[in-house]
Each structure stands twice: as C-alpha cells, then as structure tokens.
Design a binder for this molecule. Structure first.
Ligand code: HEC
Length: 126
C-alpha cells in the first residue's frame, strides 16, 4: 500500500517536472515541430539571415577583437565565414567545429535551415 502511494507520488513528480521543462522550452525557443514557413522561397540575407546572426552571434563576433578571431556583422565578413564552411559547421554542431552560439542552446532547426539555404544559394547580398 505504502509502496503504491510513493510510486504514484514519484510518477506525478516526474510528470510535473518534464511537462514544466517542455512548456518553458516552447516559450523560450518556440516549438521546433512547428512548420518552418521561414525557409520557403528564396532566402533574403538582410531579412532572414541577419536577424538570426544579430540575435545570436554579433554580440561576440563584432568589434576590434571578435571572439576566436571570427569577425562578423557585415555582408563581407559574414560571407567569409559562410564561404569557408565555418558558419554552417558551427551552428550545425558538425564534427571539427566549435558549437555555436557559445553558451546558448543550439539554434532552432528553422534558423539553421534558413542559413543553410542562404549559403547553398550562393550567399547573395539580397
Ligand atoms: C558568447 C560569445 C559567443 C557567441 C554568442 C557566439 N560565439 Fe562564436 N565563438 C566564440 C568564441 C569565444 C570562439 C572561439 C573559441 C572557440 O572556437 O570555441 C568562437 C568561435 C567561433 C567560430 C570558429 C569555430 C571553429 O571551429 O573554427 C565560428 C565559425 C563562430 N564562432 C561562429 C559563431 C556563430 C555563427 C554564432 C551565432 C550563431 C556565434 N559564433 C556565437 C564566442 C561566441
């Protein structure tokens, strides 16, 4: 009898903890299972790529002493990082690259997809 009750309490606790975790994640990062409308059609550098980089990367990678010597923040510098494969390598957590953004959760699938499409389409300044 006692065992059944503590088991029930334990299961309820686990349920609360996990459901709370997912709720919070949804709120902060959005639902990764939601359809990715962002990635349809041609990807605009200024309208789709820059907002992501601005929110997650420019903090550390602009100015006179950008982190890791990786300068970003203008079309020219962003294109260099995209062209040498480091941009996609780092945000996709590929082997051989430091995972970025540093100290933050991985970008959402949509955001990674947007950047990949922009790179694959030739990194246009559009
Ligand atoms: C909190 C600061 C911080 C943020 C935010 C950040 N970076 Fe970094 N980044 C670093 C530091 C520090 C290094 C150098 C050390 C290392 O490679 O881990 C680095 C290194 C890199 C490198 C070189 C990795 C390699 O393996 O050669 C790339 C590319 C890069 N960052 C891209 C990005 C991108 C893209 C974002 C946004 C999605 C981002 N970073 C966000 C701090 C940051």
């Amino acid at each position: 009898m006692k065992l059944t009750r503590s088991l029930f309490v334990l299961i309820t606790c686990i349920f609360f903890i996990t459901s709370c975790y997912y709720d919070k994640e949804d709120l902060l990062y959005g639902n990764d299972n939601a359809p990715c409308t962002d990635t349809t059609g041609p990807i605009s550098y200024s309208q789709k790529v820059v907002p992501v980089l601005q929110q997650f990367c420019y903090n550390c990678h602009t100015g006179n002493f950008p982190s890791g010597g990786i300068a970003m923040g203008t079309y020219t510098t962003d294109k260099v990082v995209a062209q040498n494969g480091k941009l996609y390598g780092s945000i996709s957590y590929s082997a051989g690259f430091s995972p970025m953004p540093q100290g933050m959760p991985k970008l959402r699938k949509c955001q990674i997809e947007v950047i990949k499409k922009w790179v694959d389409a030739g990194m246009l300044n559009n």
